[in-house]
Write a protein that binds this ligand. Structure first.
Ligand SMILES: C[S@@+](CC[C@H](N)C(=O)[O-])C[C@H]1O[C@@H](n2cnc3c(N)ncnc32)[C@H](O)[C@@H]1O
Length: 254
């Protein structure tokens, strides 16, 4: 196996184990694991899921490309415990969720118990979207790409995003903000344009990328950059004064 494959397998195992452990602590521990900032219990997770989905994902440039959403589909990279997917399933006709963990059965059961049936969950080895070419209208990801083990995995996911999007589709992708690095580290990693922390534990930040580098990469892969910006902590409590630890790009597949 190549070092890339070994590292990806280790990454998946690390998250699979940590999330399985969280599940054994009970429903509350499971929910809290995915978003400690704003999800202490299931109700809070679902309410904040709607806020995050509304404010971080359904931005005006995204909405401008999504007429008749009841006929459209969305795909989440890293659906975790399903709080954003739950919100997305109210806004779209169909939603796909992709994650590396092994708790899809449990999350699906919770979503069905909450009355949602227009979704499908898939397990990925960590750099693949197991969805047909040109089949989705929106790809989104929040608090996930900052946990990738390598920059190359991000490149793979951008290729996959382009492949899965229909012509005219959009993507709203959040990734680790380069500006969260200490100033000395920013200087050190500036020319490379990103910093990887390969041995980070599950849920630690392992990848931050400069927005300029991300923009160039997307353009090279044939994805037009419509907008870029940053996340906010605990929306709406911290909005708009508390900038979060993620940057985003809004992408268009022509
Ligand atoms: C902090 S949680 C966020 C979950 C969800 N997006 C939310 O906002 O509630 C991070 C999730 O990313 C998933 N993840 C980490 N690396 C991944 C990868 N390479 N591909 C897909 N999902 C990944 C983890 O398994 C975990 O479910």
């Amino acid at each position: 196996m190549s070092s890339y494959a070994v590292q990806l397998a280790a990454h998946q195992q690390k998250y699979t184990q940590a999330i399985a452990q969280a599940r054994h602590t009970g429903a509350q521990g499971f929910t809290a694991w995915f978003n400690r900032e704003a999800a202490q219990d299931a109700t809070q997770a679902m309410v904040r899921g709607f806020w995050d989905f509304g404010m971080h994902i359904l931005t005006p440039p995204v909405c401008a490309h999504l007429d008749r959403p009841e006929r459209r589909s969305a795909l989440e990279i890293g659906y975790g415990g399903g709080r954003l997917l739950y919100a997305a399933s109210h806004f779209f006709g169909w939603v796909h969720g992709v994650d590396i963990h092994a708790e899809a059965g449990y999350v699906a059961q919770q979503l069905r118990a909450a009355g949602r049936h227009n979704f499908q969950l898939y397990r990925t080895p960590g750099d693949v979207l197991p969805i047909a070419d040109a089949s989705v209208d929106l790809v989104y990801s929040f608090i996930v790409l900052q946990h990738l083990p390598r920059y190359t995995v991000l490149v793979r996911y951008l290729h996959e995003t382009r492949r899965c999007l229909r012509a005219g589709g959009v993507a709203q992708l959040y990734f680790g903000r380069f500006g969260r690095l200490h100033a000395l580290h920013q200087v050190r990693w500036w020319w490379r344009g990103y910093r990887e922390v390969p041995h980070a534990t599950a849920n630690q930040i392992s990848l931050v990328v400069r927005v300029g580098v991300m923009r160039r990469l997307c353009a090279t892969l044939g994805l037009q950059v419509l907008a870029h910006g940053s996340s906010y902590y605990r929306v709406p409590d911290g909005y708009p004064t508390q900038r979060g630890g993620q940057s985003y790009v809004t992408l268009y597949r022509g």
